[in-house]
Design a protein around this ligand. Structure first.
Ligand SMILES: Nc1nc2c(ncn2[C@@H]2O[C@H](COP(=O)(O)OP(=O)(O)OP(=O)(O)O)[C@@H](O)[C@H]2O)c(=O)[nH]1
Ligand SMILES: [Mg+2]
Length: 172
């Protein structure tokens, strides 16, 4: 399966332009493929007279804003590309990065809370595994509400969780 990255950023930070530059398409708020340039590929293809050459590619998805619902679309990606406006002179990229990280944290808190609500209902059946997850999620939510990062959580995370704040983050 191809590696997948998600583009996030505040309004007018250059998300769509980066998406376009990487994928060569203008499909805003969509998913595209970015070919990984590798000069060895054509050489190899020539040696074996390959009829078809398929470069390795990265899946790129762009979300059109922040907020838990939109950011939630990126729970499957392998890394986040945070686009920061360093060109207009009207913004402070460091501050925007902090704002973005906070948005990601809020989205993860929301994610944990929703999962807790769901598992709490399911745990009424008496399933001990689910009851244990309820306890874990309650502790995790308390940890987040105390202002701690999910990445600082020392115990193992419930495997069904798909947090955003533990993903590699590349600021652009
Ligand atoms: N000079 C300069 N202009 C840029 C750069 N990146 C984006 N722009 C311009 O800034 C404007 C906003 O860029 P977009 O790529 O549309 O930004 P966006 O984050 O997709 O914006 P929204 O989808 O509205 O949130 C456009 O006019 C771009 O051409 C850059 O690196 N340098
Ligand atoms: Mg855009």
């Amino acid at each position: 399966m191809a590696l997948e990255v998600g583009i996030v950023g505040l309004q007018s930070s250059g998300k769509s332009l980066l998406f376009e530059a990487l994928t060569g398409t203008k499909a805003h708020g969509e998913v595209g493929m970015a070919a990984i340039p590798d000069p060895r590929l054509q050489q190899l293809a020539d040696v074996v007279s390959a009829r078809k050459v398929t470069p390795a590619a990265i899946r790129v998805s762009e979300v059109r804003g922040t907020g838990p619902a939109l950011l939630g679309n990126l729970r499957q990606v392998d890394a986040l590309l945070v686009v920061l406006d360093g060109f207009s002179g009207t913004r402070t990229p460091d501050d925007d990065l902090e704002t973005l990280k906070l948005e990601l944290l809020v989205a993860d808190r929301d994610h944990v809370e929703r999962r807790l609500e769901r598992v709490e209902k399911q745990a009424k059946s008496g399933d001990t595994k689910l009851k244990k997850e309820v306890e874990q999620l309650q502790e995790l939510l308390a940890h987040l509400d105390a202002g701690h990062a999910l990445a600082d959580w020392q115990q193992e995370l419930p495997p069904e969780l798909e947090p955003l704040t533990t993903k590699p983050l590349i600021a652009i």
